[in-house]
Design a protein around this ligand. Structure first.
Ligand code: SIN
Ligand code: FE2
Length: 216
């Protein structure tokens, strides 16, 4: 009985798996900080709330987004770009919380990227049914820095492709607190998220939150 009691409060162990030269998955690396990350998120959302952006073609992106940091990723009828100003509020994006920056820097270090200095954190909110098509992150001014991606909340099936769109795609189950890092030779790997299934997580409710840290 006592065993059961302690099982429920035990933290899952961090497990770092190198998938290739430039790609690492850090299972549960953000688990310990997740309540803090979510608390910071609620403060950020008061300044720059989630919104559904449109693409140049007029298609509404079904993943809701916001940003923190010096710059934010935006999409509208003019296309994708980084902007220091949140177009919704007309003012700067909220500052990147120290807890966010430190976590991203440490996860990059653990994955072999020493000098990561994230300037942008794109925050995605996926409801059941939301997905992100296979793409490369290539709006950044440099590809020398890695991408650090933190998953919170309900399960996602992450699609990890190769350097070209036609390369084989593997599916990686990402759960609350998992961190993926890709950079160096893998910086331009195709990736995406399969349609999210229904679920519930005590910290996020019925959604998945993803924090993507980039340097530009
Ligand atoms: C992204 O590619 O911008 C986000 C990936 C994710 O949500 O895991
Ligand atoms: Fe991406």
């Amino acid at each position: 009985m006592i065993g059961d009691l302690f099982d429920t409060i035990e933290e899952p162990e961090v497990n770092i798996v190198k998938l290739s030269d430039g790609t690492t998955i850090l299972h549960k690396y953000a688990y310990r900080d997740s309540a803090d990350l979510m608390q910071e998120l609620s403060k950020l959302l008061k300044i720059s709330p989630f919104r559904n952006m449109v693409t140049a073609g007029g298609h509404i992106i079904n993943v809701a987004m916001t940003n923190c940091g010096n710059l934010g990723w935006v999409s509208d009828r003019q296309g994708y770009r980084y902007s220091p100003i949140d177009p919704l509020t007309g003012t700067h994006w909220p500052k990147m919380p120290l807890a966010y920056k430190n976590l991203a820097i440490l996860a990059a270090q653990q994955s072999g990227f020493k000098d990561f200095a994230p300037t942008v954190c794109l925050i995605n909110k996926y409801l059941p049914g939301s997905k992100l098509s296979l793409h490369q992150d290539k709006n950044e001014s440099t590809f020398n820095a890695p991408i650090v991606s933190v998953s919170l909340g309900i399960l996602a099936s992450f699609l990890l492709g190769g350097q070209s769109r036609s390369d084989k795609v593997s599916r990686i189950a990402l759960t609350h607190g998992d961190v993926m890092v890709w950079g160096g030779p893998d910086r331009l790997r195709y990736h995406g998220v399969a349609p999210i299934k229904d679920g519930y997580h005590p910290q996020t409710g019925e959604c998945r939150i993803n924090l993507t840290f980039r340097q530009t």
